[in-house]
Design a protein around this ligand. Structure first.
Ligand SMILES: NC(=O)c1ccc[n+]([C@@H]2O[C@H](COP(=O)([O-])OP(=O)(O)OC[C@H]3O[C@@H](n4cnc5c(N)ncnc54)[C@H](OP(=O)(O)O)[C@@H]3O)[C@@H](O)[C@H]2O)c1
Length: 286
């Protein structure tokens, strides 16, 4: 069985390639990339894979049996067609199975909802593609909060509009571990899985960061309006509004869903004490 992974140059795509390499020979794995040069280091065959180029995608998916479609980053209305290009190219190229990395979140009433809705549309397109399919709905990545540590330290803590809401965070390597299995094992076909670890509050997130890095961060909730003003001032209208929508969704319980990680991956998701302890160790040895 030959499999392809799209967006192989990105962080999730790269981790997915590594996770599939642990399961099948490298000669059976193809990476698709909009910028192939950025993926050459992965040690597998790399083919061109811009989601806007339907004909190129069809060419690149020749001889492939299963494809992992990593969701794109474009505006929601453009994303739906880009994903359709991959789905249609896969069907025309004779691909038998498609696995899609979707997202959890509020379908309505937040500024993140148009992105969630575009993912739901692609889910529908995948289900009706005529190919065998599996859909993963990713939790929110926790890594950006770790990368934000210095910013949190300068600000004295974490501030957003999630309030007491719990968030089912995950990590890219944990997602990749699950997707490698969803792609290569047909027992998962026809399933939609929520992929995340234990749901935690922002208060717990601050505690975990403090224990790992010896910081003294606290969490201070803001209203949605206050947080939107703060994020738009720093990140601009589009991104600032979308980020606010994500945290509003957490506040409203939209990121606190049952996890199907064990079923999908065949093992438990890493626990947050273990994950943060490993970060603390990395810091101590660097
Ligand atoms: N769950 C979450 O918390 C969360 C957060 C952020 C994003 N996401 C979603 O998860 C996806 C993967 O995340 P990531 O961490 O791997 O992001 P990343 O490191 O920024 O990588 C994005 C990837 O998308 C590729 N890409 C962008 N436009 C493309 C196009 N038109 N055709 C083909 N490839 C294209 C990029 O290719 P180039 O190398 O050519 O730029 C890159 O490989 C994102 O695209 C987004 O949909 C999820």
């Amino acid at each position: 069985m030959k499999v392809a992974i799209t967006a192989a140059s990105g962080q999730l795509g790269t981790q997915a390639v590594k996770a599939v390499l642990a399961l099948i020979p490298s000669t059976n794995i193809v990476g698709l990339a909009r910028t192939p040069d950025k993926a050459e280091h992965l040690g597998i065959e790399i083919r061109p894979g811009d989601y806007n180029e339907r004909g190129v995608l069809e060419e690149s998916l020749q001889s492939v049996d299963g494809v992992l479609l990593v969701s794109g980053m474009d505006a929601p209305e453009r994303r739906i067609q880009q994903h359709r290009n991959v789905i249609e190219a896969a069907r025309s190229a004779g691909v038998k199975k498609i696995v899609y990395t979707s997202v959890q979140g509020a379908d309505e009433a937040t500024a993140f909802s148009p992105i969630v809705q575009s993912n739901r549309q692609t889910e529908e397109d995948v289900r009706h593609s005529g190919l065998a399919w599996v859909i993963g709905r990713n939790g929110i990545y926790i890594e950006p909060d770790v990368e934000y540590l210095e910013t949190y330290k300068k600000a004295g803590g974490i501030t957003n509009c999630a309030g007491d809401g719990r968030c089912g965070y995950t990590t890219r390597p944990e997602l990749a571990y699950a997707y490698a299995r969803l792609l290569t094992d047909e027992k998962h076909n026809g399933n939609t899985y929520n992929l995340h670890g234990e749901a935690i509050t922002q208060y717990e997130l601050a505690d975990y960061l403090n224990r790992a890095f010896g910081t003294d961060l606290s969490y201070t909730p803001m209203t949605v309006e206050e947080y939107r003003g703060d994020r738009v001032a720093e990140l601009g209208e589009f991104l600032g509004t979308v980020i606010t929508g994500i945290y509003q969704g957490i506040r409203d319980g939209e990121a606190d869903n049952p996890s199907h990680y064990l079923e999908a991956a065949g093992r438990e998701h890493v626990s947050w004490p273990t994950f943060f302890a490993s970060l603390g160790k990395q810091e101590a040895t660097s």
